[in-house]
Design a protein around this ligand. Structure first.
Ligand code: CUA
Length: 228
């Protein structure tokens, strides 16, 4: 999760978020190169010797500074499109979970199992345990198995919400009257935090998401207890 003064992306917990981080670094490097080149050119303008004061056109340089940025954009667009389509891939999931946005909490349904559904509210500060995280912990966590492909179906009952978990690279709108789907794969155990990221009303900031990623045998135990 994000901690104090972390301005970078969070550590990824899924292969797709890892790819997103690589793409971010790749694009940032291109931006830095462009900024340095343009900055250098602008700095040189201060000591201009007016060599080309009477120059009116230059076909060669025009072609160069049209083609080069176009090629640069292709180097960003192709990996971006690759990721865009990979993110939409559902890849034969072994579990489906439904998350429903409400003002202002999430509720979850495990429709693969008999009657497992619960609400998930933010833990208020005065009920927070010493090791808890303010504004991020919830009373009922989502429990899901690691190392399995998980599909989530997302919808809302009242207004737009957005089910967003940065370390998994998931951000999907919860829309009343629509059922959106996406999927992810958690490659390590742990607690992964997220927040609603669609401005949904007064308590928008107070409907966090907590995922507990655990080994699949422990997940089976958990779901057994939920059914009792
Ligand atoms: Cu729900 Cu913002």
């Amino acid at each position: 999760m994000a901690t104090w003064s972390n301005l970078n992306l969070q550590d990824s917990a899924s292969p797709l978020m890892e790819q997103l981080a690589f793409f971010h670094d790749h694009t940032l490097l291109i931006i830095i190169m462009i900024t340095m080149l343009v900055g250098y050119l602008m700095a040189t303008l201060f000591s201009n010797k007016f060599t080309n004061r009477l120059l009116l056109e230059g076909q060669t340089i025009e072609i160069i500074w049209t083609i080069l940025p176009a090629i640069t954009l292709v180097f960003i667009a192709l990996p971006s499109l690759r990721l865009l389509y990979l993110l939409d891939e559902i890849s034969d999931p072994s579990i489906t979970m439904k998350s429903i946005g409400h003002q202002w909490y999430w509720s979850y349904e495990y429709s693969d199992f008999f009657n497992v559904e619960f609400d998930s509210y933010m833990t208020p500060y005065h009920e927070m345990p010493k090791n808890g995280f303010r504004l991020l912990d919830v009373d009922n966590r989502i429990v899901l198995p690691m190392l399995s492909q998980i599909r989530i179906l997302v919808t809302a009952t009242d207004v737009l919400h957005s089910w967003t978990v940065p370390s998994l690279g998931v951000k999907i709108d919860a829309t009343p009257g629509r059922l959106n789907q996406t999927s992810f794969f958690m490659n390590r155990p742990g607690l992964f935090y997220g927040q609603c990221s669609e401005i949904c009303g007064a308590n928008h900031s107070f409907m966090p998401i907590t995922i507990e990623s655990i080994p699949s045998n422990m997940f089976i135990n958990w779901i057994k207890n939920m059914n009792n």
